[in-house]
Design a protein around this ligand. Structure first.
Ligand code: NAD
Ligand code: ZN
Length: 275
């Protein structure tokens, strides 16, 4: 377990900052039961072509496995609730340190936890986007999973044409698709994410392998603007080398400890009223 000294060091760095930004990846949702892609047993571990071509490449190469792959991912997401890591980020916002969460996750858990400024670079699986009029609409959990499960249950093997012909309809008559960014598609919220990275004085790099671009370039942008970098991950990532502090462990365990330590620091800084 990471030492109290390391947690205290992170809390002291944060306590001296006014504008902290978090960059989160799949690891932050791992403790909510959603598998990351690259870790042992993850999708890319089982289907290595995924790391260079994404989930569509996996399903194109293994069309008969597609219903089970999609159902597996959906099962994890369906049961997932925000974990102590997501909630600690809300605490950091309420304490006045954290200004924004930039996430690569599509699972909506930062918003569900209560973070108010969330930039979703890879979209949001709960949002539907009309392919004709571009209208975006967030769907409720229950109807959303019902719709997707019906769609997957109809599939015997992967076929983009079949998926396209079974998509829900928009009021304009067009088809609406889940608004998650597929491999090769442009990311979302990039100007906002860039602006946050440039303006922050500290970036928390949480549960990301740091190999998916352009999200992986944001810590460099922050650092060029003078920001400190703190990373939390059970394993070193492609970004560890440039970080000021690396805390080896799970975000759901370490972030709440940092919040407690910050509360202690804040408590000590309160000047007692004159008697
Ligand atoms: P990744 O799968 O490439 O890497 C996950 C990282 O999380 C690894 O570095 C791993 O060591 C770390 N990790 C594992 N458990 C952790 C924990 N408990 N606490 C902290 N860190 C932990 O993830 P990525 O870099 O975010 O990129 C993968 C892509 O896959 C992204 O584009 C993302 O959109 C997508 N994805 C999203 C979800 C989701 O929405 N929850 C899940 C899987 C993949
Ligand atoms: Zn429409």
């Amino acid at each position: 377990m990471i030492s109290h000294e390391m947690i205290d060091k992170a809390a002291r760095l944060i306590s001296g900052c006014k504008r902290v930004t978090a960059l989160s990846g799949a690891g932050v949702s791992a403790e909510s039961g959603i598998s990351t892609y690259r870790d042992a047993g993850g999708l890319w571990d089982r289907y290595p072509e995924g790391s260079s071509g994404g989930i569509l490449a996996v399903m194109t190469n293994h069309p008969e496995d597609a219903p089970q792959i999609l159902m597996g991912f959906l099962e994890g997401i369906k049961k997932a609730k925000p974990n102590p890591g997501h909630r600690a980020l809300v605490d950091l916002e309420e304490m006045g340190y954290l200004r924004a969460v930039i996430t690569q996750n599509v699972d909506n858990l930062h918003r569900e936890a209560g973070s108010s400024q969330v930039f979703e670079m890879h979209g949001n699986l709960y949002r539907l986007r009309c392919l004709k009029c571009n209208k975006k609409e967030i769907m409720g959990r229950e109807p959303y999973f019902k719709m997707l499960e019906e769609l997957i249950n109809k599939m015997t093997r992967f076929s983009l044409e079949e998926i396209a012909s079974n998509l829900p309809s928009c009021s304009c008559g067009g088809s609406a698709r889940p608004d998650a960014v597929a491999f090769g598609e442009p990311v979302q919220d990039l100007p906002e994410a860039m602006a946050e990275a440039k303006a922050c004085d500290l970036m928390l790099i949480l549960g990301t392998s740091g190999v998916v671009y352009p999200a992986a370039s944001l810590p460099g942008v922050a650092q060029s603007g003078g920001a400190k970098l703190i990373e939390i991950n059970p394993q070193q990532s492609a970004l560890t080398g440039r970080c000021d502090l690396f805390l080896e462990g799970k975000t759901g365990e370490i972030l709440p400890r940092i919040v407690s330590s910050l509360r202690e620091i804040q408590g000590k800084n309160i000047i007692p009223p004159e008697s």
